[in-house]
Write a protein that binds this ligand. Structure first.
Ligand SMILES: [Zn+2]
Length: 455
């Protein structure tokens, strides 16, 4: 069986000229299910063919328009035609457009309203950026080529260039304030690291965070430190985007880094940021694991281990209930029985459980002492239905940074490249990347970890 795909132009004056786009030949039996309907390659040829015809017709119409001279305002005359190759999602097209010369002053004019140096459509740029935000440039390029009749700009370097350009343009994005102001906003800020490709520099610090309202409005943001993107401006913009007003109650969470607290203050979040329960819970979890691995090869050790495990639990309870000042009591009690584990075979090495416990305990002690000003009564907040931490930010960090840029993939990043890609990833998440493609989607690991809830 064969078909001819014919494109007929219609308008106010009825049907216009028609063009045959392509002939489709398919077997007329379905013995092989692979014969059912169009193949991908036919569909791609079809899209490319339709695109070419439509663009050619559009260019013909466009060429009729005569510009006035931009210098003297006189009428221009046709000079010559130029071919403009433009990459589109449905193939590379060539628009044949006229240039004009002014009859009075001899000035050359391009056509009316044709953008200079236009090599690709915004839709293609945006889809390339969107896909590159989710997967490597190479995979994104391959995917596009598999699915669409793109025949220009499909090299991964091109995708990278377009994506970074989109990321750059996002810097000028102005948040639209929602109609209703938010009564409360929780701001969270955290940092993570990615590998640097620069000589003499191992890691790049990435700051990520989100703003949330009680009604579920949520925006994420992120910036690579010292990349040129101002994280303070991003925070302000995101607060605006979820409806910050004069009387909005702000709550802030961050980790123990003083730099992040300064960033929040500089961004106008002047409420005292609380230490994220998530970070404390991680340390407690670590301590619990070590305690449970202590050997019980004699009764004295079994007894000591029981004391330690119970004290670690009590320590957890104390911090959770805002009694971190009493943490010292637990720490001292653990220290008092630790001598039972001396003389372990591997005692001199850092892998001995007693040695690990000692190290973890000292680290937690120092942490609690230095962070005491930012600890709150987490239990009370939790009972009141308030946030106790930003596990959600940890999820956001994983989603925004680690899954696309992380170390396990052995990727190395330039400061600017990583930052601009991060801007695109945030925009994809927030649904602000263009109009047609910026669909929101949930990060898969964006759940509250059990240990925070079980606290
Ligand atoms: Zn002129």
């Amino acid at each position: 069986m064969a078909w001819i795909l014919r494109l007929v132009k219609t308008g106010a004056e009825g049907e216009g000229p028609c063009t045959d786009v392509m002939e489709i030949n398919r077997p007329d039996d379905l013995v092989d299910i692979a014969n059912l309907g169009l193949t991908l390659s036919e569909a791609k040829r079809l899209l490319a063919g339709v695109q070419r015809e439509i663009v050619a017709a559009q260019a013909r119409e466009h060429a009729v328009r005569r510009p006035d001279c931009s210098r003297c305002g006189e009428v221009c005359r046709l000079k010559d035609y130029r071919d403009h190759a433009v990459a589109t999602l449905f193939g590379e097209v060539t628009a044949r457009l006229p240039r004009f010369r002014c009859a009075a002053c001899g000035g050359i004019e391009a056509g009316v309203g044709w953008p200079p140096r236009c090599r690709s459509t915004p839709e293609l740029d945006r889809l390339q950026a969107h896909l590159s935000a989710l997967m490597t440039y190479r995979t994104a390029a391959d995917l596009l080529e598999q699915m669409f009749p793109v025949d220009a700009g499909k090299h991964h370097e091109t995708l990278r260039r377009h994506t970074l350009k989109v990321g750059e343009a996002l810097g000028d994005y102005v948040a639209t304030r929602p109609e209703t102001a938010a009564s409360a906003i929780v701001v969270t800020l955290d940092s993570t690291f990615i590998r640097s490709c620069a000589e003499g520099e191992r890691h790049l610090e990435v700051r990520v965070g989100n703003v949330e309202t009680p009604s579920g409005g949520r925006q994420v943001f992120g910036a690579v430190a010292k990349s040129g993107t101002d994280i303070r401006a991003l925070i302000r913009r995101n607060l605006d985007a979820v409806g910050r007003a004069k009387d909005t109650a702000l709550t802030a969470f961050t980790d123990s880094c003083p730099g992040l607290r300064r960033v929040l203050a500089d961004a106008g979040v002047i409420t005292r940021p609380m230490l994220d329960w998530f970070h404390i819970a991680m340390r407690l979890q670590h301590l619990k694991q070590i305690a449970s691995a202590l050997p019980v090869d004699d009764p004295a050790r079994a007894e000591a281990k029981e004391v330690i495990v119970a004290e670690v639990e009590r320590l957890h309870w104390r911090i959770w209930n805002g009694k971190a000042r009493d943490a010292q009591v637990s720490i001292e009690r653990i220290r008092a029985v630790m001598h039972h584990f001396q003389g372990e075979p591997e005692e001199q090495t850092c892998i001995a459980p007693s040695r690990k416990l000692w190290t973890a305990l000292r680290a937690l002690d120092g942490y609690l002492t230095s962070q005491s000003a930012w600890l709150v009564n987490y239990a009370e907040r939790h009972r009141a239905g308030l946030r106790v931490g930003t596990a959600i930010t940890e999820g956001t960090a994983n989603f925004l940074v680690n899954r696309r840029m992380n170390k396990s993939q052995q990727m190395r990043w330039s400061r600017r490249g990583a930052d601009l890609l991060l801007q695109v990833r945030c925009a994809v998440y927030n649904g602000t990347l263009g109009s047609g493609f910026g669909q929101k989607f949930q990060p898969a690991n964006d759940t509250y970890p059990q240990m925070a809830i079980a606290a």
